[in-house]
Design a binder for this molecule. Structure first.
Ligand code: NAD
Length: 393
């Protein structure tokens, strides 16, 4: 019996059933509710990884199939290995423009030829019932096209951060997924990471009083000139798009409120010949409704990785903050004693769980749209040298 023939209790085929669920909730999402994101209450609820550990693996035939699009360092270094340990989804397809990767990874991950596509045959995924979710892991400016084509093929989508290189693209992605009745989520893996979940709880639930101010930064030294990351057309910008987005996200999920305005600057470049198309370093300050400020910084010429929030009664601090492991956090009371976990497997399983059980993603496309508005406003402010007010209506 093929997967598509397997009938669930309501009499739909598995594929129809998933689609039916998505249509039911797809249009109901309201953007302003996205200020906070995932809520965790460590007094009453276990962290996501604890809930996940208690869940049974679905039988292999019931796991949702994920196809990775763009077989670069993140897809094949992190996501494909993580999909060997997921409970509700599995690696079922590959999309690549490089024939040698078809052969290499097809063999390594035992993917049948029928589930391997290139960028021309991509739309034919519509006819492949082994693939339920498409995970877009391409350079940033390609996210919109491949997300929209995935939606038009009737597949649910996970799109890597940064969601898009323009607000218009991000909105078109959300609209396309709503129109097709498929779910869209963004690869915000730290929403499933216990140190960050604890910071969300401390900030949003005002465990040590309201947040008074924040300071976050993520930077690494980029020296290779042959990277799409410094090509404005493909990357949409420099370090802000690549890693600064994590610092913006941290401020957003610690505060749990939409910002009123932003002011930003790009200091003079030390290597203008390398960073001729994108910023080398950028700094910004978001202002929130209570007057709280979140300063942030990102750079391709330095190295830092932290998030700090002061509250009326103390502080919380994560450093290193944004890696795949090795995260450490503390408050004025001492170390936050939670483990490092496999973020990608939790993130992908959480999305599969949402698709299977008709739940809303904790990191939906609308959150990516919100963040794209913030990133674009940061650039606009830096360019104009003036404060930009947000319109969240
Ligand atoms: P990468 O350069 O290693 O991989 C990009 C892939 O896209 C390659 O396989 C390349 O062949 C393919 N590609 C297709 N068309 C291309 C084109 N025109 N130019 C360049 N490459 C093209 O990049 P990566 O580090 O894997 O990043 C891919 C995406 O994943 C980016 O959006 C990035 O922001 C995101 N990412 C997310 C995380 C995370 O922790 N969530 C980590 C790394 C990267």
């Amino acid at each position: 019996m093929s997967k598509d023939d397997e009938m669930n209790s309501k009499g739909y085929s598995r594929k129809e059933f998933l689609k039916h669920l998505s249509i039911g909730i797809g249009g109901a999402f309201v953007l302003p509710g996205l200020a906070g994101a995932y809520r965790v209450d460590s007094n009453n609820h276990p962290y996501y990884y604890q809930q996940w550990e208690k869940r049974e693996d679905l039988p292999d035939s019931e796991k949702l199939g994920i196809a990775l699009v763009g077989l670069g360092s993140y897809a094949m270094g992190q996501l494909a290995p993580a999909l060997q340990n997921t409970k509700f989804c599995k690696l079922s397809g590959l999309v690549t423009g490089t024939p040698s990767k078809e052969e290499q990874y097809g063999r390594e991950y035992n993917i049948p030829d029928a589930n391997i596509y290139n960028y021309n045959s991509y739309d034919q995924i519509a006819d492949n019932d082994d693939i339920d979710i498409i995970y877009v892991v391409l350079p940033n400016s390609m996210h919109a096209e491949y997300t929209i084509r995935a939606a038009e093929a009737g597949k649910h989508v996970i799109c890597e951060k940064p969601m898009a290189t323009s607000v218009a693209d991000a909105r078109a992605m959300v609209d396309a997924c709503n129109k097709a009745g498929v779910k869209l989520s963004i690869g915000y893996r730290l929403h499933f990471e216990p140190h960050h979940q604890e910071i969300m709880h401390i900030g949003q639930d005002e465990i040590y009083g309201p947040v008074t101010d924040m300071n976050s930064g993520f930077a690494f030294r980029l020296t290779d000139p042959n990277r799409w990351r410094i090509d404005k057309e493909l990357a949409g910008g420099g370090p802000l798009m690549d890693v600064g987005v994590y610092a913006v996200q941290a401020a957003m999920y610690t505060m749990g409120k939409l910002p009123l305005s932003v002011i930003a600057e790009t200091p003079e470049k030390t290597k203008p010949e390398l960073f001729d198309e994108v910023e080398e370093t950028i700094r910004w300050t978001l202002e929130f409704p209570g007057g709280q400020k979140a300063t942030g910084e990102s750079s391709y010429a330095q190295s830092y990785n932290y998030h700090h929030a002061n509250t009326t009664q103390g502080f919380c601090h994560i450093e290193p903050s944004y890696g795949y492991g090795g995260i450490e956090a503390k408050t004025h009371n001492g170390v936050i004693n939670v483990p490092n976990v496999g973020q990608q497997k939790l993130q992908m399983d959480a999305f599969a769980d949402c698709v299977i059980n008709g739940k809303e993603s904790q990191v939906p496309g609308e959150m990516g749209l919100r963040d794209t508005k913030i990133l674009m406003a940061i650039y606009e402010s830096a360019e104009k040298g003036q404060k930009i007010e947000f319109d969240w209506s």
